[in-house]
Design a protein around this ligand. Structure first.
Ligand code: C5P
Length: 314
């Protein structure tokens, strides 16, 4: 087998759900300790990377991936293609840290809605790190990969590994978990969006998470010893649901609609505004999703065992 690095790499970068998420105390570095159960799902962006002699470029296109074609054009925020895009930041960081010669041309096809709590930006960053390593035929230890990823964002280490995991620290300390059985879910991303930084500040003001923190740590410690089910994980709740402010009313209505449509345990993912509900075994997922059209972008997803999939071309 040839050891020459590939010229082109295509990476499938999967979205995540937070099956449960409890925010704990604010730390001296400004981040919050948290306990979350991450789960990779089938909804994914695609990042194509090709080697170039020097410099990095990025072209972004948006594809409507939801049921019924997703939200109307212009209804959702789009991703900037400039230097602050996480793909370019990730590529430059890897090149600099590993002293890689040459650049890359990236094409990103976005399907994961932006600022929805589905981890799209983190998935793209993790994909860019993996693509750069593949294009240069470099392997680094898992520890080094996680450390690089954590510099790009709290959720990037999980995006780089994927599957089912307990996340602690600011989300970057990962313990792999075993999902007792795969599941399907319907995700609705309403038109309103939430600022993650503002949501964390609201938690600081209310101190909601703190009353739950000690029992949450005990729950987390018990998790590694058994297989988790989505409904067991969702018992953690999501602290961000308590600080929705003016959007709480919309969120409650959406959850009620999702239950009526046939979904179980509707829950916010991340700091929102995406809400997911479990599809009961044997229930018609597409039909259920169809009942929710008009409430935002609607997606049918299934749990997956990995966050990234790489395909290389010589
Ligand atoms: O790490 P990431 O870029 O995703 O974080 C975005 C913002 O969310 C941070 O600037 C910080 O304000 C907040 N955050 C936090 N605690 C975490 C993760 C994020 O306070 N565990």
């Amino acid at each position: 087998m040839s050891r020459r690095p590939p010229r082109r790499v295509e990476v499938t970068a999967r979205a995540k759900l937070n099956l449960g998420l409890v925010v704990g105390p604010r730390r001296s570095d400004g981040f919050h300790d948290l306990v979350t159960i991450f789960q990779s799902v089938s909804l994914a962006d695609t990042l194509v990377a090709e080697r170039r002699a020097s410099g990095f470029t990025l072209a972004v296109s948006h594809k409507r991936a939801g049921v019924g074609g997703g939200a109307a054009p212009g209804a959702d925020p789009v991703v900037p293609a400039g230097a602050d895009n996480l793909v370019l930041r990730a590529a430059r960081l890897v090149a600099e840290r590993l002293g890689l010669p040459g650049g890359a041309r990236f094409r990103l096809v976005k399907r994961i809605p932006v600022r929805s709590g589905l981890g799209g930006g983190s998935a793209d960053a993790a994909a860019a790190v993996a693509a750069m390593l593949a294009l240069h035929g470099r392997r680094i230890t898992r520890g080094r990969r996680i450390a690089l990823a954590a510099e790009l964002g709290s959720d990037v280490p999980f995006a780089a590994t994927g599957g089912t995991a307990l996340g602690m620290g600011r989300g970057e300390r990962l313990t792999r978990l075993h999902l007792a059985r795969p599941f399907r879910a319907v995700v609705v991303v309403p038109r309103w969006r939430i600022s993650t930084a503002l949501a964390f500040r609201r938690i600081d003001d209310t101190k909601y998470g703190l009353t739950l923190w000690e029992p949450t740590l005990r729950f987390a410690a018990s998790l590694g010893r058994k297989r988790v089910t989505a409904s067991n994980a969702s018992r953690l709740g999501n602290t961000f649901e308590r600080v929705l402010g003016r959007q709480r009313h919309h969120f409650d209505l959406l959850c009620a609609r999702m239950r009526t449509a046939g979904l179980l345990d509707p829950r916010l993912t991340g700091s929102g505004s995406g809400v997911f509900g479990m599809v009961p075994a044997l229930a018609p997922a597409q039909e259920i999703a169809g009942r929710l059209q008009g409430l935002g972008s609607v997606f049918v997803v299934r749990s997956t065992g990995r966050g990234l999939r790489l395909r290389t071309q010589p």
